[in-house]
Design a protein around this ligand. Structure first.
Ligand code: NAD
Ligand code: WQD
Length: 338
């Protein structure tokens, strides 16, 4: 049993990962400022697991407050989810993104060093690959970013690579997530975006539940079999397991490692829509719209390195993801807000 600090643990991926950690017998401490989440997610994780989580309502950008967490707990590792993640918003308010995502991480590194906590898993993103030269995408592909959100992820990766060179006692996993969707099978925790969703699956589930009129499919003239973009959708519970595997690796004293967390399968927007229609049991209205700026035709992972080195393999299918996304939405039409 290890004591794990999870920053951003009330959020979408964080809450599912906290549950996976508790189920493995770890002790979890969450730091979250609830800028994009609701404490209800933590209560529900406690309900599902029958275990308690220690919570600090704290902004990781506030060094003094954040330091309290390290003073009061002898930690074995940190999983750092805290960050802002909306690509479009990052273009409108870039400074907020640079400030929040970078300062929170710099503070975390200072504190980890000061309190001798040497194991860190960082939430990076497939966005760091930009438009890849080919698919599947391998971890050693060139990195390019095209928006402030993506730049914060690449900057943090660069900071961690520099930091690791001169702090060899640190073990750091850069985890590049592909497209997490779905929810825990209980239907008690899931993705609860603020306002109109930017991402495909929450948009579809909100159309299905009657909150939005129709899905706009961004572009049907891409060089893909049905003309719509292809992505590597991964069940959020698989992604959560990926963190458990990555933590085990950190405890082997691995230094800095980088893994894709994806399934290796690509599905088009229309294929996802069909899977969702099957789960919901009725047609979902949609209309083709112009391409969305910044979208790339196809993006999916090679999951081989994560399988070979940390034994991670996604097990849920696109139909499982659709079923669980819908189960969450229909049981919680207003998300956590009731
Ligand atoms: P989320 O917004 O649901 O969770 C992030 C959590 O961090 C929220 O609970 C938020 O309140 C908290 N937070 C933000 N800034 C904070 C701060 N300064 N101090 C304390 N708490 C803070 O997002 P998510 O989808 O769970 O994503 C988690 C991480 O994974 C993020 O870093 C995101 O960039 C990354 N990621 C997400 C995706 C995705 O598609 N969801 C893909 C790749 C990478
Ligand atoms: C998926 C596909 C859209 C909405 C984003 C971030 C990425 C990562 C994951 C954090 C695309 C199409 C979408 C809609 C649509 N996040 N779409 N209508 O863009 O692959 O990745 O989330 O790191 O950085 O960019 O995900 O869910 O927004 O879009 O047709 O209303 O669905 O064009 O092809 P994306 P997404």
């Amino acid at each position: 049993m290890k004591k794990i600090l999870v920053t951003g643990g009330a959020g979408y991926i964080g809450s599912h990962t906290v549950l996976a950690l508790l189920e493995k017998g770890h002790e979890v401490i969450i730091v979250d400022n609830f800028s994009n989440s609701n404490p209800e997610s933590i209560r529900r994780v406690e309900k599902i697991s029958g275990k308690k989580v220690k919570l600090y309502t704290c902004d990781c950008c506030n060094l003094d407050e954040f330091a309290t967490v390290f003073k009061e707990n002898k930690l074995d590792a940190v999983i750092h989810f805290a960050g802002l993640k909306a690509v479009g918003e990052s273009v409108s308010i870039p400074l907020k993104y640079y400030q929040n995502n970078l300062i929170s991480t710099l503070n975390l590194l200072e504190l980890m060093k000061q309190y001798h906590v040497y194991n860190l898993a960082f939430s990076s993103s497939a966005t760091v690959y930009g438009e890849p030269k080919s698919v599947p995408i391998f971890e050693d592909f060139d990195l390019h970013v095209s928006n402030p959100y993506g730049r914060t992820k690449l900057m943090i990766e660069d900071i961690l690579r520099d930091f690791s060179k001169v702090n060899p006692q640190f073990n750091i996993a850069l985890l590049r997530y592909f497209n997490p969707i779905g929810a825990h099978a209980s239907g008690l925790i899931g993705e609860d975006p603020n306002g109109i969703p930017n991402n495909l699956v929450p948009y579809i589930t909100q159309v299905a539940v009657g909150k939005l009129k129709e899905l706009g499919v961004f572009g049907n003239d891409y060089p893909t079999p049905d003309g719509t973009c292809i992505r590597d959708y991964i069940h959020v519970c698989d992604l959560a397991e990926g963190h458990v595997c990555a933590l085990d690796k950190l405890f082997t004293n691995c230094g800095l490692v980088t893994y894709n967390l994806g399934t290796g399968n690509g599905y088009s927007v229309l294929e996802v829509l069909r899977a969702m229609e099957k789960a919901v049991g009725k047609p979902i209205p949609y209309a083709f719209k112009p391409r969305r700026e910044g979208d790339i035709p196809a993006c999916f992972a090679s999951p081989e390195k994560a399988y070979k080195e940390i034994g991670f393999k996604a097990k849920y299918s696109i139909d499982d993801m659709a079923r669980d996304a819908w189960n969450w939405q229909k049981n919680n039409p207003q998300g956590y807000a009731k």
